[in-house]
Design a protein. Structure first.
Ligand code: PGA
Length: 257
């Protein structure tokens, strides 16, 4: 049985007191009561707050703390960077890799993303791998081919055992932070397509057990209709994850699926 997952991506938001307040609001909400092995919550805070977030949430077994990135080398003279093994050593369990903002603003190409995935796996971090097309590709109706290439160059290079540890997030770039969510049909189409690609590459068992999350202006109003789709196993939430009440509503709509 595959897991339903709601992941928060705080991006570069919240100062320290605000971050602690948000974590505490989540911990004191209905969220921990609703999580389970098959209904997980992941919170990707800025690096600065990771250790504190890990300590605060350590009594909540299905609530995980993630980094938003890691470096593609194992350790060394890379000023200002953070290695997967450093994240592992402070109790972080997941890492977002390949977010479109990292691809666009930090020139992260597929080759580097594959190295990051391998670093993460080597250090027992679960990669939450993002894919998704820009607006011009969607308008040209070549989004499926585009996503197929993104996956072929990265996670499909892994062996089946490693791939089974990956969570995929489909995030159409035109929907991120724009308030313009993909329609339920648009999202389901791509999710079903991704699952079919996984089936062709790794077989039905692995495909049926891979969680594929939707991201891009997912919010308290639209989450339940997106999560009700057969191939949508939760969401990667940016803006709406910064408001405790909205994030709680989103998580609760996933736990009823
Ligand atoms: P958004 O961001 O929910 O603010 O659109 C999603 C993401 O970038 O992961």
């Amino acid at each position: 049985m595959r897991k339903n997952i709601v992941a928060a991506n705080w991006k570069m938001n919240k100062n320290h007191p605000e971050a602690i307040e948000l974590i505490q609001s989540i911990l004191f909400s209905q969220i921990p009561k609703k999580t389970s092995t098959f209904h997980q919550v992941i919170i990707a805070t800025p690096y600065l707050y990771l250790r504190e977030a890990v300590l605060l949430s350590q009594d909540f077994p299905h609530l995980y703390i993630a980094a938003q990135n890691c470096h593609h080398q194992s350790m060394g003279a890379y000023t200002g960077e953070i290695a997967a093994q450093q994240l592992e050593s402070i109790g972080v369990t997941h890492v977002i890799i390949g977010h479109s903002e990292r691809r666009a603003y930090f020139n992260e190409i597929d080759e580097v993303l594959l190295q990051k995935i391998k670093q993460a796996l080597q250090h027992h971090l679960i990669p939450l791998f993002c894919c998704g097309e820009p607006l011009e590709i969607r308008e040209a109706n070549t989004h499926l081919e585009y996503i197929q290439t993104q996956l072929a160059n990265t996670v499909f290079q892994l062996n089946p055992k490693d791939f089974s540890n990956i969570i995929i997030a489909y995030e159409p770039i035109w929907a991120i932070g724009t308030g313009q969510t993909a329609t339920v049909a648009q999202a389901q189409e791509v999710h079903a397509f991704i699952r079919k690609l996984i089936t062709d590459k790794f077989g039905t068992d692995i495909a049926e057990n891979t969680s594929i999350l939707y991201g891009g202006s997912c919010n308290a109003q639209n989450a339940s209709s997106l999560f009700a789709q057969k191939d949508i196993d939760g969401g990667l939430i940016g803006g709406a994850s910064l408001i405790a009440k909205d994030f709680e509503t989103i998580v609760l709509s996933n736990t009823t699926q």
